[in-house]
Design a protein around this ligand. Sequence first.
Ligand code: CU
Ligand code: CU
Length: 466
Amino acid sequence: MKRLFVGVVAFEVALLIIGLTWVRPIAQGNSAKDAGGPAGNAGGQTAFRTYGEGSGNVVEVVLDAVETEQDIAPGVTYHVWTFGGTTPAPVIRVSEGDTIRFTLNNESKLHLSHSIDFHAAQTPWDKNYVPVPPGQSLTFDWVARFPGVFMYHCGVPPVLHHIANGMYGAIIVEPKGGLPPAREYVLVSSEFYPSAKPIHGVYEGDIAAMEAADPTYVVFNGYANQYLDTPLEARPGEPIRLWVMNAGPTLDTAFHVIGALFDHVYPDGNPTNQLNGMQTWSVPPGGGAMFELSIPDAGVYPFVTHSFAYTGLGAVGTIRISADAPAAPTTYPTMASPFDGGLTPVKGTVSGSGPAVQPGGGSSTGSTGPDGSGGGDVTQLHASIAEGFTPSMLQIPEGGATVEIVNDEAIPHDFTIDELGIKVALGANATVDVKIDAPTGTYTFYCSIPGHREAGMEGTLVVGTH
Ligand code: CU
Ligand code: CU
């Protein structure tokens, strides 16, 4: 009987490795509460020696798995798969000993299963890291026993595709008793493998390039070179703490700051892993490190991956040291936007938040409001027969939004949604504001001029999150 069980597990592992989708129904009551003890600590097992029991403090974390669109470089809109509407996913910050009451809602519009894998958790893979079918949810508890900076990601096969398309984020577990004060930033490095040509203005992931580890972009926090124009800031001599997590999926990040040294590097961010006086430390895919430095002189200091075949693909940012840098925050949010290095809070539950449409052409920075809500923002849609509607998937909040539609061509188009009785003419090169106030749901928009829809002028409007 025991041998048979082992055989089944081995078979399932083999399925995962060869990349077949493995879906197992989610058990009812799959949570620690129902199991009568802290989850992630399978019944009867001994607790870890140095990293103790949970403190009893419970942090609720809810992430929606959703596919959307995001700019990853100037003029490059990519069809990202995300937790919470952005890639990287929100930065999560908890304390050692916290119980994380985690819920994954799979809101996939592509009929994909998604899953969660917290590198910071000790929890059974075959129970809590199972693929969650579209429309379903999974909840479980785990205790953050190890301090540091850890990856979380989707583990549905082929894992390469789910990670390369954007399903990852960083979680910081602050050690018991805290850390010395410092100005902190979170940097998630990753690669993007867009297709050679966009489809209706949006790039899809190129699976062959992912498999060949031949990225077009290597980035920090989801956007090529984003901290060249908007540097991270600090004051001369101020303690700086950089939490670096490398989501990969495949390449190392040889993290280095030009013109500076690290006083300390702590592999995986555990304060007991202290290294001193370091120039470069390589963070592997699926790993992290905490870098502490202080820079005595005012100036601009680039941070890079020192793997120079990849540096020019977008893996460069800068730290600007100046006496008039704004004061460092004294606290950091539990759920934060990844684009500003983990400084701006977003809601713990991303229902109704998460920008489907980033402002065109610019950095992703600042596209999410302080509360993570995109509501009330003007969303822009471009119409042309050459490119179709760009973006082809538009998401607006419940309660309505104004969409600014730009006809990029010198021929007329229109914007039609049959189910909502909307038909707005778009004159040659005109810009028209359309107010859309519709019930939660998914609608098709298209251009009704003969031949235009057939040429690709159609897209999907998602109102609310369902
Ligand atoms: Cu996934
Ligand atoms: Cu992993």
